[in-house]
Ligand binder design. Structure first.
Ligand code: NAP
Length: 356
């Protein structure tokens, strides 16, 4: 094993351990018998960490909780000490922000700097796996037509997002660019990046706050009953995203960015998956709204919907190549329709969606 190969016996760090993606990643790591240093903002809050403690007691590996806040310089040093691999998943994924700089860009960008500067100070670290996003590859569906052959690949970067337009995507782009810059400034640890599309599937905690749940909930709870905005998106099962991280951490040859997306879906596709499983139990949209109508009324009914956003996304195709993740991480993607059905059952069983 070369110096940069991950040591399978060393502990690993997962930042943002309370998160949706992190929950499944931690489960996969514990199932393989690893010692996981789980960094969370408040390790003493049983509502946030109870499910992780339970996983640690039931599965083969060992779970140790640490405090870590993206906005506190050096706050990951203790959690990272002795770790071989750092899985940096923490970053806010929400559209409900008052101040995009403070609520999205600062934690994403400053947080990535803090975590990677800790890696620079921690001699045991040989690899950092960063949870980036397809949002760092494209900003709007309109960008897809500019990609070679109209298909997004790992060579493409989001150049259209800003603080004013698609600020979440902007935060992910800035954070990933910064990660590559810091990685290139040293030679001990290697950066491997995972770029998931919209993640769907059940959660591991009784309450998950990822925006993924809000997107699927508003399709199941009747909010979009009169029609779904005509939006194509990539979709992927959360367990495939966890597997991608695991492979990116432990495959010696893993390198670069990886689009992790099972297939192209749409808001209507999510509705169909719910109807196919649960019949008429949920008031899902049965059709797509015309783009002009969403353009006209979207900004009036939802603060997050702007005319520019509608113009540059609705009714436009979304295509991305997942060949690299299949070839180099060995991913075999699960059904996203099944993942959506399980996500609805999870929200129903945990009181986040009225029972069907
Ligand atoms: P999530 O459940 O909201 O997880 C985000 C995590 O970041 C939470 O654990 C949260 O901790 C943590 N965090 C936020 N601000 C923090 C701060 N200041 N200090 C420390 N931790 C902080 O969302 P997710 O969907 O699992 O997202 C995880 C990662 O995947 C993110 O990097 C996201 O950009 C990326 N991603 C998600 C999707 C998707 O569709 N879900 C798609 C592509 C990429 P608290 O619990 O304390 O708030």
């Amino acid at each position: 094993m070369s110096d940069t190969n991950p040591d399978p016996s060393a502990p690993v760090l997962v930042t943002g351990a309370t998160g949706y993606v992190a929950g499944w990643l931690i489960r996969a790591l514990l199932e393989r018998g690893l010692t996981v240093h789980a960094a969370v903002r408040d390790p003493d809050n049983p509502e946030k960490v109870g499910h992780l403690v339970k996983m640690g007691s039931e599965l083969d590996g060992t779970l140790e909780l640490f405090h870590g806040d993206l906005l506190e310089p050096g706050s990951y040093d203790a959690a990272m000490a002795g770790c071989g691999i750092v899985f940096h998943t923490a970053s806010p994924f929400t559209t409900a922000v008052e101040d995009p700089q403070r609520d999205l860009v600062d934690p994403a960008l400053e947080g990535t700097r803090n975590v990677l500067e800790s890696a620079n100070r921690t001699p045991s670290v040989t690899r950092v796996v960063l949870t980036s996003s397809c949002a760092a590859i494209y900003g709007d569906n309109a960008d897809v037509s500019h990609a070679p052959q109209g298909v997004l690949t790992e060579d493409v970067w989001n150049v259209s997002s800003s603080l004013e337009h698609q600020p979440y995507s902007y935060s992910k782009t800035l954070a990933e660019r910064e990660a590559w810059k810091i990685a290139e400034g040293q030679s001990r640890w290697q950066l491997v990046v995972i770029n998931p599309s919209l993640v769907v599937g059940p959660g591991t905690a009784p309450r998950q706050t990822s925006e993924s749940f809000n997107i699927v909930r508003q399709i199941a709870d009747g909010t979009l009953k009169s029609g779904a905005p005509p939006l194509e998106i990539g979709m992927v099962d959360v367990r495939d995203v966890a597997e991608a991280h695991l492979q990116a951490g432990f495959r010696p040859e893993a390198q670069g960015r990886h689009i992790v997306s099972a297939e192209t879906g749409s808001l209507l596709r999510i509705a169909r998956a719910i109807r196919d499983r649960y019949g008429d139990a949920y008031p899902v949209p049965q059709r797509e709204l015309p783009k002009w109508l969403v353009w006209l009324i979207g900004p009036m009914v939802s603060k997050g919907v702007t005319r520019r956003m509608v113009a540059r996304n609705m009714g436009l195709p979304w295509r991305a190549a997942n060949a690299k993740s299949r070839r180099e991480l060995g991913l075999e993607y699960r059904s996203v329709d099944q993942a959506v059905a399980e996500m609805v059952a999870y929200m129903r069983d945990n009181g986040q969606l009225e029972k069907a």
